[in-house]
Design a protein around this ligand. Sequence first.
Ligand code: M6R
Length: 610
Amino acid sequence: MCGIVGYTGPREAGPILMEGLSRLEYRGYDSAGIALVDEEGQMFVEKKAGKLANLSTAIAERTPHSAMGIAHTRWATHGRPNDLNAHPHADCSGKITVIHNGIIENFRELRDGLEARGHRLESETDTEALAHLVEEAYAGDLADAVRAALRRVEGAYAIAVMHRDEHGRLVGARKDVPLIVGLNGEESFIASDVAAILAHTNRVIFLEEGDIADVRPSGVEITNVAGVPQDRAETVIDWSPEVAEKGGFEHFMLKEIHEQPNALRQALAGRVTRDHRIHVPEIEAMIPTLGTITRIELVACGTASYAAQVGASALEAWTGLPARVTVGSEFRYSPPPLDAGTLVIAVTQSGETADTIAPTRLARERGCPIIAVTNTVGSAITREAGAVLFLQAGPEIAVAASKTFVTQVTTLVVLAAAIARIRGSMTEAAEIELAHALRDLPDAAQRALELNAPHASDLARRYVNSRGFMFVGRGATYPAALEGALKLKEISYVHAEGYPAGELKHGPISLLDAECPLVAIATRSSTYDKLISNVMEGRARDARVIAVATEGDLQIERFADDVAWVPATHEAVSSVLAIIPLQLFAYHMAIARGTDVDQPRNLAKSVTVE
Ligand code: M6R
């Protein structure tokens, strides 16, 4: 997501902040900005869309002398990536500036209220509302004002705030998004990542949920949002700059696997309400059309096509309309019948996949209503669609998709429920049951990580010499089998296939023996017993069995050599949890085999050619 860096101390803040931003470039961004308070106490703000070099050029020769400032790299979630939407955002007086990473869920009602009370908001962002809330609450003490403002905010945030008249003072706060404070004698820092400040200090405080940090050159005081002091220990970091970039993980892929609970929180922000209803404002303008469609076609490639399979099942089950997935390269040259009654949903994390864009364009030309599901604001697919749902997962650097798979699945399930509710084909009780499961999903993903991360390396070592793997699932768990097999082959170069478990006996069972294990996605589902029968067929051929099973399943250990446990959840999103141990397994298989995890051979993150 976005990058944050702040400085207060005796040195020139401008160069320190720009160097900090350059350390955050690896996160990907679409714009950058800086705010400095100059020697006369005036606020200097510059923001530029595009690469950091654009900002550097804009401030060259005119960066004021300053001992405090905040700077930001943005990765758009609300509002286009342009100069105006770039951070920092200021209040009406221009005395207060704010930078933010995360999503303010109630920003629409906050903005409406602020505008009704006479505030002028200039950007399309959720963040700008924060600057004006702090302005309203300000009575001479910035930390007090930030605490008061945050009491009105729902959502996830890491923020840094500065007031022109409060010399040397920065205020930071976090909820569900990481933020750290760096200490170095007479100077202090705020940052989203250790990487941004490691060149200056390795003494760091990792803020905890709900912390407000009142940062001065000489140190920091931490309270909660009610102003109660919080005691936080200082950590001395011994990471290399390369490790710091990856948040302390050895590879981006492992970092991104561990970011999944937070990515899910962001993906669900604003889409599941407090009263457990599904809310997708992005499709409101399409409501009349969605009421009259007769078929749904999903188009996607690779991992996105497996996520789309989950979406298609949910759409069919809840709307009663036929829904199917066609991979982009097939759709383009053998298109299904397309007309104004065919809703086309294009799923692509990058938004730039040529094989997905071309068929979407074809469908648009034939009059189909189009919805795009993507992680990338401003990407090509967004120009083809009548409505766009962003994954809000943050940038994914590793070539192998992980957090974009789980957020694609989740966003598509949310979309399916929203369309079904529009059409009156999903009961309120079913919607509320799903919403409960979705609200619990980020914590369940965290638990799946905690259950599996400590053992994944040992598990991989036990299977590292296998000739190949057969991944099987049934119904809701079949897409996770396909994705699990793709993850393994992409990064470890071991042959793996994903099959519906019932198909084993129609051919692929001939591959099974002691050298070709079976990976069975055996989480609790309506087809659990059938799947166990298929597992038994494999065991009868000497295949070792790794089962992904639901916590509390008392019988699975009788059928499996190894069990990867995941928490129970709604069947529609079971693949979100089931894939987590399989991602970890693929990762550790690649490590054990010595392959390049983040940049596997022959692959690119974004496939922009046919
Ligand atoms: O950017 P997209 O979601 O459109 O990419 C589609 C596929 O190229 C992508 O999912 C690919 O399969 C990844 N390497 C999966 O890890």
